[in-house]
Design a protein around this ligand. Structure first.
Ligand SMILES: [Zn+2]
Length: 364
């Protein structure tokens, strides 16, 4: 027997008013060193998104993708060539608590490996690059001027061995004239595919929230004794059954208009969700905990689908079913977009125009 999923359990409650039966889904897990670990593959939820073990896991995900994923290697070769972003945050310039923005014209193309932060600004972004402070930011500024979510993205970027980070509020001149802003915006989508990795601050509801703090989720746990018969030998062990004590909410990053395109166009990404960090690339999906991502079917995440991103369509064969799928996905995309929030009405139009042009290209 191999336990690797949510279990359905029946609870019997005896009260003065009679006996009540109810069913619930529980996640069954055992710890790594347990004698049942060979049979029960699910491990406990990871409450520390920034533990040493988590960092090692993230590095392994990224390395495996670049070294061993045949699908990802093939798709990377097919990616259209995009101009590098005009500005990047240079993390190696950090000294005495200061960092700077670099103009990528001065950086050799081979060295332009960068991550991108996808995040929710919240009610207002406190630190923006504008025509007024650009000069100073190219020279250097205290990294504590940046909101916590951006500081956390810097920490992840450095841990993954990357030197540069792109963040919209810092690397696109905000408050610049409409034409310049539009030019910068048009170049943005390609960046998400071009980036070495996209870091999604999924659980952060504003730019100062951060996303690396320990997770404070409450689960109900039930410990049960487990006896294993292994080649005639009886081994006593324990299995823990886990039940959510809260309702799963949509992650804050999934409620904003801009982040939809960012998600769809990311070649590979780490999503720092409320309950887990999720790795997604064009070949695999996995998480640092297994609380929320167990797919209903073993290869559910690997099936090619059109989701508004350019990658799966590159590998799909053209068929009537494919176009049908496109239309369905388009409607889902519009529906998802309509539910999202925005700060300025103009932003909503810009984001949808960007989204529509990207989809038109992908649908041919
Ligand atoms: Zn990959």
């Amino acid at each position: 027997m191999m336990v690797y999923a949510w279990l359905t359990a029946t609870f019997i409650s005896r009260t003065n008013f009679g006996t009540m039966k109810f069913q619930d889904s529980l996640l069954g897990w055992v710890s790594k060193g347990s004698s049942a670990a060979h049979y029960v593959k699910t491990r406990p939820p990871n409450r520390q998104p920034w533990s040493l073990e988590s960092i090692r896991w993230m590095k392994r995900c990224l390395r495996d993708c670049y070294k061993h994923h045949a699908t990802c290697a093939k798709l990377r070769q097919l990616l259209p060539v995009h101009q590098p972003p005009k500005y990047l945050i240079d993390l190696e310039s950090a000294g005495d608590g200061r960092i700077c923005i670099v103009d990528t014209k001065g950086v050799q193309e081979d060295n332009l490996h960068f991550s991108i932060l996808s995040y929710s600004w919240g009610s207002g972004q406190t630190s923006k690059t504008t025509p007024g402070n650009l000069k100073q930011r190219l020279i250097g500024f205290p990294f504590t001027d940046l909101p916590l979510t951006i500081q956390d993205a810097m920490t992840v970027t450095q841990a993954l061995g990357l030197r540069y980070l792109w963040v919209d509020a810092i690397c696109i001149q905000q408050d610049s004239d409409r034409q310049l802003f539009q030019q910068q915006l048009d170049a943005v989508l390609g960046l998400y595919a071009q980036a070495t990795v996209v870091i999604s601050a999924a659980c952060a509801d504003h730019s100062d929230a951060g996303f690396l703090k320990p997770r404070n989720q409450h689960y109900h746990q039930y410990d049960l004794g487990l006896t294993i018969l292994d080649n005639g030998q009886r081994l006593d062990s324990r299995i823990t059954l886990l039940e959510r004590g809260f309702k799963k909410q949509r992650e804050p990053v999934d409620t904003r208009i801009w982040t939809l395109q960012e998600r769809n166009n990311a070649f590979c990404s780490f999503r720092f969700e409320s309950e887990q960090v999720l790795w997604q690339c064009q070949e695999t999906t996995c998480a640092d905990g297994e609380v929320d991502m167990l797919p209903p079917y073993p290869d559910a995440y690997n099936a090619p689908t059109f989701d508004g991103s350019i990658f799966p369509s590159m590998l799909s064969t053209i068929s009537a079913r494919y176009y049908e799928g496109n239309l369905r996905k388009y409607l889902e995309h519009v529906s998802d977009f309509s539910k999202r929030q925005y700060t300025y009405f103009d932003n909503r139009l810009d984001a949808f125009a960007l989204s529509a042009s990207s989809m038109a290209k992908n649908m041919g």
